[in-house]
Design a binder for this molecule. Structure first.
Ligand code: A2P
Length: 327
């Protein structure tokens, strides 16, 4: 039995956290749903019970809460996660606020386990989660030398504002969330630009991959992150160079048995991972595995996952499941 809080319960990810927690086998004694003052009093449902949304305040964690799943933006996490931690709550935080702190675990249950030096655990970036799930067993088998990521990211990753921009853009309305129309367009711009010319999203993929897979400084990673006019599920093209020689068949064999991976790789019958098919599932769909003919020991891998489920809500709930199973 455990008591849960969801912070940001009215948002796109928060709503999915409620749904995914309800689906899980976890025994939830009490659940507290928290959001901003504007949502206080709203009624949401958890496992058939009506729950009234409370305003998040400094006193929200005075009650007996075991786990708080946060998805209310970085500023809210920076301020309230340490307050929850002080009250003995384990925080599983979906924002990027804590991910690269040395003391903070950055966890994908298929790849690594928490050390719990702190009670705040970070949920990684969505595109990173779906990429490391297939890369982890391949790194164990062949060693990764270099990765080039190119992403094709859905608008749901930007919350309600992103979804509205795509749907309203279809009707000819100007964008509010993005600097350009996303309807009928492709934006090579996710999160803000940094001095080195990369975006924050691109640097998240680079740094978080290294941290989750414990890759050394000798491993080179680069990324280009792109927003596409797709409602849900991110696609990532992974161009990976291994240290050891291998073959497409050996890679397929490993991925066929890898936790959290669904191999969909039968191009002759037009079978490959698709956003529309990954949506609603927790598995990372992987296919189009082929030798990159431009370089020795290099391979192309296409992977697709529901960015709101495995890329956010499901991964957070899976972390709670992992912790509960070892309690
Ligand atoms: P609210 O709906 O009351 O604004 P999304 O990313 O889909 O827009 O969702 C963001 C989530 O974070 C919402 O649940 C939102 O609540 C919540 N949120 C945003 N700012 C705060 C805040 N300062 N305190 C508590 N919750 C917040």
């Amino acid at each position: 039995m455990a008591n849960f809080a969801i912070v940001g319960a009215t948002g796109v990810v928060g709503t999915k956290m409620i749904e995914r927690l309800a689906e899980s086998k976890l025994q939830v004694d009490n659940i507290y749903l928290m959001a901003s003052a504007k949502s206080a009093g709203k009624v949401l449902n958890f496992r058939g019970k009506d729950i009234v949304v409370e305003e998040l305040t400094e006193h929200s964690f005075d009650k007996d809460i075991d786990y708080a799943l946060f998805s209310a933006g970085g500023d809210t996490s920076k301020k309230y996660a340490p307050i929850a931690e002080k009250h003995g709550v384990i925080v599983i935080d979906n924002s990027s606020a804590w991910r690269m702190d040395e003391d903070i675990d950055l966890i994908v249950p298929e790849c690594n386990s928490p050390k719990l030096n702190r009670k705040i655990i970070a949920n990684p970036n969505c595109s990173t989660i779906q990429s490391v799930v297939p890369l982890k067993p391949l790194n164990d088998a062949f060693g990764i030398e270099r990765i080039t990521y190119t992403t094709y990211q859905a608008v749901s990753g930007s919350g309600k504002g992103g979804i509205d921009d795509l749907l309203n853009g279809q009707k000819g309305e100007a964008p509010k969330k993005y600097p350009h129309p996303i309807y009928n367009n492709v934006l090579p711009h996710i999160d803000s630009f940094l001095e080195n010319g990369y975006t924050k999203e691109e640097m998240k993929m680079i740094n978080e991959t290294k941290k989750i897979l414990s890759l050394g400084d000798d491993v080179k990673i680069t990324a280009t992150c792109v927003r596409v006019p797709v409602l849900n599920s991110h696609s990532v093209e992974i161009d990976v160079v291994f240290k050891k020689d291998t073959t497409v068949e050996k890679i397929r064999e490993i991925l066929r048995n890898a936790p959290g991976v669904l191999l969909v790789d039968d191009p002759e019958n037009n079978q490959y991972p698709l956003a529309t098919e990954a949506t609603g599932h927790d598995e990372v769909y992987v296919g189009r595995i082929r030798k990159n003919i431009s370089e020795d020991r290099a391979f192309h891998i296409w992977c697709v996952a529901d960015n709101i489920r495995k890329g956010a809500a499901s991964n957070a709930v899976q972390i709670a499941e992992l912790l509960e199973s070892s309690r």
